[in-house]
Design a protein around this ligand. Sequence first.
Ligand SMILES: *Cc1c(COP(=O)(O)O)cnc(C)c1O
Length: 452
Amino acid sequence: MSTIKYLLPEDRIPTAWYNIQADLPRPVPPTLHPGTGQPIGPDDLAPLFPMALIMQEVSAEQYIEIPAPVRDVYRQWRPTPLFRARRLEAMLDTPARIYYKYEGVSPAGSHKPNTAVAQAFYNKEEGITKLVTETGAGQWGSSLAMACAFFGMECKVFMVRVSYEQKPYRRGLIEAYGASVTPSPSPETNAGRAILAEHPDSTGSLGIAISEAVEVAATHADTKYSLGSVLNHVLLHQTVIGQEALEQFALADDYPDIVIACAGGGSNFAGLAFPFAGKKMRGEADTRIVAVEPAACPTLTRGQYAYDFGDTAHLTPMVKMHTLGSTFIPPSIHAGGLRYHGMAPLVSHLLDLGQIEATAVHQLDAFAAGLQFARAEGIIPAPESNHAVAQVIAEALRCKAEGVSQSIVFNLSGHGHFDMQAYMDYQAGKLQDYDYPAEEITMALAGLPGVG
Ligand SMILES: *Cc1c(COP(=O)(O)O)cnc(C)c1O
């Protein structure tokens, strides 16, 4: 039984990203100014982002051309392979056909360079010399550091303190690419100092690190801010994944009944799912699309769909999204990339429209699934991707119980080579599940801005 690999030739890298905003039956609710509560215009975002990315944020064009220098970088690892997981199918004894799109073949080991390279390119074009950002597990920080190295730019990364301490190798990789790393909360910003005054032992959160990075960008003319998920333009750049997958399914002479990906801020999910969701909304195909999140940070399944801030210090604009409240600090699960209080507005909107489903998985079930996958397919998934794997296995076993042969594809968003400590802790029985932290979420939701 061998795994089948569907590879596209290099010249089949998509020439355009797919913009789902063109196919929405209702537009996504507008972004609001943090001070006035009114819809923002392009100029309001200009201190943080280059104009090209701001225009992508609000574009309703169905396809947006990928600039040649970005495609030139993509060419190093794209098109990424689509695999048919024949050995996993055999292990599960399922009639389901299981496919995975493997984004771990990028140099940084995940899907994140797909947008990091594009963002560095557009900033460079507009004369920016330095990018500042935050990182949770370190995947985004290392991807942006690599992209900045490619385009000769400086890069500064605020890294959530718990990951800075738990994941020294990701920090080392960011530094190897030439960027600087600061544990967050830090004494370098007003936002960081305010948190430290109240909680000197704070382990940090993405919401806090975003505040620090936004503050640095807003106060330095040569520096702009870069976000690794959530925003419309980030999701847009990731659609190169699903665009390729559509072509690869044509090669395989198949089409997915179910599309699955894990969701932290929503970018790898959107990247694979949006081109399929577009076909669904245009009435060309019918597909179940499932976002999988950690039970410890259940944004889509237990959060509120409301206007909220993207960060803890409330420096960012307000967007309508599924949120657990901007002051919520999620439990320290090992899938650091899934510990964000909010969700991409476009993903939240699709859930609200009934175009996608969401489900939550516990950490121990996710690691068990990841090991089963590794023993069948050889690839150690990132702890984030394990959440998708757990749902795939559940769907494949349902197919077996029902005696139906469905086609399932998931996004293997990254490899877990930097996360072996988490796997070792799991196998030593040292990891635990965190219950839905209902009280803390209620408290954090009480602080929603209450607009819109
Ligand atoms: C960052 C990350 C995620 C979560 O972020 P999304 O924006 O939801 O994709 C998932 N998997 C990996 C490997 C990551 O690095």
